[in-house]
Design a protein. Structure first.
Length: 259
């Protein structure tokens, strides 16, 4: 399923999207399959599955630790695509990774591997839109959405370029800094949602960890919420991981049904 189709379905139901992130291979590829299934049962509308890289500059301590566990468990791009292909999801799946891995594999090969394994979109936080021309072209040729980030500090000229290029959804960074759960929704987040004028769906990430925050974000005008660190923290703590992932996903999904 393409990302725009999912957002169109949700809009018809007057719901926001829950985009759930975990890192593939944390702690094993087999566990990833179980955890993704749990997130989908809980109501995740889109799965963002991280392809781990050893220098994740956009990620905070929680996700960095998850990436380290995945790498220690033997996750590689080859294993990643095999794992993704085995999921057989009925919802869109997005890969989040860093440009070094895409460039090393070969841009065309990476895109074709995405298509063959069922990936609908790519997020590359360390690839500036001004330097994304080659990947953008390959993604368009292969029917893959290239998703860009907008931060509170993004100026109007740069934002105009991002909004012209980005497809699938625009990733709004809720606050400055790296990923990580927070206790509140910053005023700057709500201001950013208002400032980004586009027909492409807007999804907010970085810091969302509970249903109340999800509800606030949707009520402020976003089309979706992106949650990662809160899920990865559950994986780190162990125990009934699948059950806890499903329960949190259900809480967050309920928050996206803000009246």
């Amino acid at each position: 399923m393409r990302i725009y189709e999912k957002f169109r379905q949700l809009k018809a139901r007057k719901e926001g999207a829950l985009i759930a992130y975990i890192c593939a291979g944390d702690p094993t590829p087999e566990a990833t399959k179980e955890y993704v299934t749990a997130l989908v049962r809980g109501g995740a509308d889109i799965i963002e599955l991280g392809l781990p890289f050893s220098d994740p500059v956009a990620d905070g301590p929680t996700i960095q630790a998850g990436i380290e566990r995945a790498l220690a468990g033997g996750m590689t791009p080859d294993v990643y695509f095999k794992t993704v292909a085995s999921l057989h999801l009925h919802i869109p799946l997005v890969v989040m990774t860093y440009y070094n891995l895409i460039f090393k594999r070969g841009i065309e090969k990476f895109a074709k591997d995405c298509v063959s394994s069922g990936i609908s979109g790519i997020i590359v936080p360390d690839l500036p839109p001004e330097e994304s021309g080659e990947l953008d072209e390959v993604c368009r040729d292969n029917g893959i959405d290239l998703i860009f980030l907008v931060a509170p500090t993004t100026n109007e000229g740069r934002m105009k370029n991002i909004l012209a290029k980005g497809t699938g959804f625009i990733y709004l960074v809720a606050r400055l800094g790296v990923t990580g759960a927070r206790a509140d929704v910053a005023l700057s987040t709500k201001e950013l949602i208002e400032r980004v004028k586009t027909k492409t769906p807007k999804a907010v990430g970085f810091g969302i960890s509970n249903g109340r925050q999800a509800s606030e974000i949707i009520a402020a005008g976003a089309d979706g919420v992106i949650v990662g660190s809160a899920f990865v923290d559950i994986i780190a703590k162990g125990g009934d991981v699948a059950g806890k992932l499903e329960a949190l996903a259900r809480e967050l999904k309920e928050g996206t049904r803000s009246p």
